[in-house]
Design a binder for this molecule. Structure first.
Ligand code: FAD
Length: 830
């Protein structure tokens, strides 16, 4: 038997090696057009990033080693240019000599892989624009970047920049590896999420992590053109932005290399790949195909799919090797199990995604859980996010996971369970290895099984983040977390009844009124759920995945800052005092690694109570959510976030205690200013109250006083611009923005509003009595030096940005107000 293989990497080499092991007498020739065979393409990004130091380690075999070990005839730099299926021969070009010749075959294995997609945009063929598929691509990219980096080291140029087009697995691996070697990388992605093979809410933690590690990200954006510029490239985005780049990496997906087979009459399948039967045989019986070029059945979904992954390619090659040597084995299906490392984070999935199930209108159930990678008390763990999809009988349809430690093994257990046709009830029974460094006695996989089984057995009823706000309308929305957690952030409209008070508090509630519960991850609200339904509440449901999943659905980061800018920092620098308290030099270290939210905040709060103003706490956390929670807690409590930097899966942050220190600051300032002062807290957004406030404020300034007005909550509406500059808004910001009045002209009377008639009447009466309008009063207050300070903490809550508010407004936190109030002889709350 004479076997000819086209393509000498994953599928091709697996075919050839397996065929040899089963048939010692076969003649086996492999044509590979590149210079190398059997190389590790999955390792290419890591050599560019210097993680895999020696290039040779990617070259797993050579033609010589394959000749010696398997007696294979491997011919590199030989491109097959035609298949003649009738004559059973291939036409081959030696790329080094240019000579062509024909080679006959008994069986042909077609394994040419896939080609990188190169979108038809201007400048795609410019020098410096690359795709990463082969060793040669890697060499070119590495040479260019290393050259530019050495110029930078020599002081001959500034930062080296790269633009990566496509936020799939390879794109993100490239971004990470470029960052490792000091290249400023920006990723541009057409879709509204990174990692298109997983569901969007599961991609958000990774997206946040990517940004926190300094990678720029432009989602829902296309690279429109690439231009040559002085000493580099300019990538024009369809958003109008232009990015500088020394190198552009195109990783916008792949297309199966079907041209030769198609020309020979081989049938293609629905998505443009080669159609094969279970023996990996094409429509022409002596031609087999495997790898990125074929479509195979999906393990869960109906139909055939392309799945450009190394595992399936190798396994398919093995099946071809068996079939061409006479063993009738079958390739069953591909479930698309995949995984990626993005800095310290890991994400992946197996089976169907929710997007796919929805597209095909297949029925499914889902749960989200957020367990720790291993026992929280053993160092080095963090929150992991798991999403499990299953049918009404519990059969597993798909699973996704992301997090830091132990994500890979959970994904693999779930992939195995899916492949074995197991159900969520089987996950409950799984006995998995456990000791504190590796897991928990109830492993995350068991936990996913427990929650999913509870749902199917009717022990819990869930409501889902994407159904907010309609899912909570007309219902009592109850946050069962602690007050501290609720104060940092809660779902608009929720009341706070901590779990330990729910039994007592619910005695007063109407049991026929629907209750929608939530907590941080879904566990405390499950306990509350059980308590309520067993005491007669008729319609109770708890939020799947709790506020953690909710925030990923509704509050994902859209900005490109590295770490979320702490509100208090910018508030205070723009405001009264650079620092609310002078550092005393005392610094307490606390280690909260392994603690999930609210653990770190509670520890911080407890410890802070024992310190004096100006003392500092340096806290180390592994919970990535602390990036938002820590600064919000500090801002709310009048403390200062001094510094925050990434540390492992989480952050290391230093907070300085505020309070009395702020007063001390205020006093020193008061010593400079001898004028009497009046300060206002403008809480209300009612027209009449605002008019009264500004009349008093203008009066006070005219009497020689200093006046500061601190606008918080609804009072902020009076400062809103009618037509602020456009900016990207989160869903919640859009909702608040649409519901609230924009500026002084839109405010209404607190009483006798009478569908607008009262408001119009008062404006008319004011005109008749020559009283200035509210906008005029505000203008004159501003001109006479009244300081208007917008509360940044409330702005954050209501989703307002500085650009939404009038010009010449100051921004401040609680400490700013306390400082002003301390100096004032009168403080008015409007
Ligand atoms: P390939 O491995 O691409 O091999 C096809 C070969 O055929 C090529 O060498 C090509 O030169 C040759 N060829 C094509 N046409 C001809 C012709 N006419 N004549 C002669 N030779 C020809 N998958 C994962 O599962 N996990 C990962 O982490 C992962 N990381 C990756 C990282 C990178 C940078 C890349 C490029 C891919 C990665 N993949 C990963 C995908 C995985 O490598 C592929 O799915 C797998 O290699 C496909 O195997 P294949 O044999 O079908 O194609």
């Amino acid at each position: 038997m004479k076997l000819v293989v086209i393509g000498g990497v994953a599928a091709g080499m697996s075919t050839a090696a397996r065929a040899r092991r089963l048939d010692e007498s076969a003649e086996i020739i492999i044509f590979e057009k590149a210079h190398h065979v059997s190389f590790a393409n999955c390792g290419l990004p890591y050599h560019i990033g210097g993680v895999i130091k020696e290039r040779d380690r990617l070259l797993l075999q050579t033609p010589e080693s394959l000749k010696a070990s398997l007696n294979l005839d491997v011919r590199t730099s030989h491109e097959v240019i035609k298949i003649d299926a009738k004559k059973k021969s291939v036409r081959v070009r030696n790329l080094e000599t240019g000579k062509e010749f024909s080679e006959s075959y008994d069986k042909l294995a077609y394994c040419p892989g896939a080609e990188a997609l190169r979108p038809p945009i201007d400048g795609i063929d410019l020098e410096g624009v690359y795709s990463l598929r082969r060793i040669g691509d890697m060499d070119k990219i590495k040479a260019l970047i290393d050259g530019e980096l050495s110029k930078k080291v020599a002081g001959e140029r500034g930062d080296v920049k790269a633009v990566v087009v496509g936020a799939g697995y390879i794109g993100l691996e490239m971004a990470e590896n470029l960052a490792h070697i000091g290249v400023e990388a920006t990723v541009v992605e057409l879709s509204d999420q990174i990692l298109p093979p997983i569901d969007k809410e599961m991609s958000i933690p990774v997206e946040n992590h990517l940004r926190s590690r300094g990678i720029g990200l432009h989602l829902s954006t296309a690279a429109a053109a690439i231009r040559q510029a002085d000493g580099g490239l300019k990538v024009e985005l369809n958003s109008g932005e232009v990015l500088d780049a020394d190198v552009v990496i195109m990783s916008a997906g792949v297309r199966p290399s079907t041209a030769l087979a198609k020309a020979a009459g081989v049938e293609l399948a629905e998505h443009g790949g080669i159609k094969v039967n279970a023996n990996m045989q094409t429509s022409i019986p002596d031609i087999y195909a495997a790898g990125d070029v074929v479509e195979t059945p999906h393990t869960v979904l109906p139909g055939e799919y392309l799945a450009p992954l190394a595992g399936p390619s190798n396994r398919q090659g093995r099946v071809v090797g068996e079939n061409v040597t006479g063993r009738k084995t079958t390739y069953k299906s591909t479930q698309g199990t995949s995984i990626v490392k993005v800095f310290d984070m890991v994400a992946g999935g197996t089976g169907a995604t929710e997007k796919q199930l929805q597209r095909l209108e297949l029925p499914y159930h889902k749960v989200h859980i957020h367990p720790s990678g291993h026992a929280g008390y053993y160092p080095g763990t963090s929150t992991m996010h798991i999403k499990l999809l299953f049918d009404k009988k519990g059969k597993i349809l798909g699973a996704q996971a992301c997090g830091f430690d132990g994500v890979d093994k959970r994904l693999d257990v779930l992939a195995t369970a899916l492949r074995g046709g197991m159900s969520v009830y089987d996950l409950e029974d799984m006995e998995l290895s456990y000791a504190p460094p590796f897991g928990s006695a109830k492993d995350p996989v068991n936990m996913a099984g427990f929650v999913a089984s509870n749902l199917l057995r009717g022990d819990i009823k869930l409501w889902y983040s994407e159904d907010y706000p309609s899912a909570t309308e007309g219902k009592q929305l109850v946050d069962v977390r602690t007050k501290d957690e609720y104060d940092i952030w809660h779902i608009p409209g929720a009341i706070n009844v901590p779990l330990d008070q729910i039994r007592e508090a619910s005695k007063e509630w109407d049991k026929s009124k629907p209750v929608r519960l939530y907590c941080g991850v879904g566990f405390r609200s499950y306990l509350a759920y059980r308590a309520l339904v067993q005491t007669g509440f008729k319609d109770v449901a708890t939020l799947s995945g709790g506020s953690t999943t909710f925030r990923y659905y509704h509050e994902f980061t859209t900005e490109t800052e590295a770490i979320p800018t702490p509100v208090l920092n910018y508030a205070e620098t723009e405001s009264l005092f650079k620092k609310p308290a002078v550092a005393t030099g005392l610094n307490v270290d606390i280690d909260c690694t392994g603690l999930a939210c609210p653990g770190p905040i509670m520890k911080l709060s407890e410890q802070m109570q024992q310190l004096s103003a100006g003392d500092e706490i340096t806290i180390t956390v592994s919970d990535p959510g602390f990036a938002a929670d820590g600064p919000a807690w500090a801002s709310r409590n009048g403390h200062e976030l001094v510094a925050m930097e990434p540390a492992g899966s989480g952050f290391k942050a230093t907070f300085r205690k505020g309070g009395v220190g702020a007063l001390a600051g205020a006093q020193s300032r008061a010593a400079v200013s001898q004028k009497p002062k009046t300060s206002f807290v403008v809480f209300s957004g009612d027209l009449d109250k605002l008019i009264a406030a500004f009349i008093i404020a203008n009066g006070a300034v005219s009497m020689g006083e200093e006046v500061s007005m601190f606008f918080t909550f609804w009072g902020l509406n009076s400062l809103r611009k009618k037509n602020p500059p456009r900016r990207q808004k989160k869903m919640m910001e859009k909702m608040f923005g649409a519901m609230m009045p924009t500026g002084p002209d839109e405010l209404k009377l607190s009483q006798m509003h009478m569908a607008g008639a009262g408001t119009a009447m008062i404006k008319n009466v004011m005109k008749q009595h020559n009283v200035n309008t509210l906008p005029q009063l505000m203008q004159s207050a501003k001109e006479s030096g009244v300081r208007m300070i917008a509360c940044t903490m409330t702005m954050d809550l209501l989703g307002m940005a500085p650009s939404d508010l009038m010009d010449d407004i100051e921004f401040g936190g609680v400490a700013s107000f306390l400082g002003e109030a301390a100096e004032s002889h009168t403080t008015l709350f409007i």
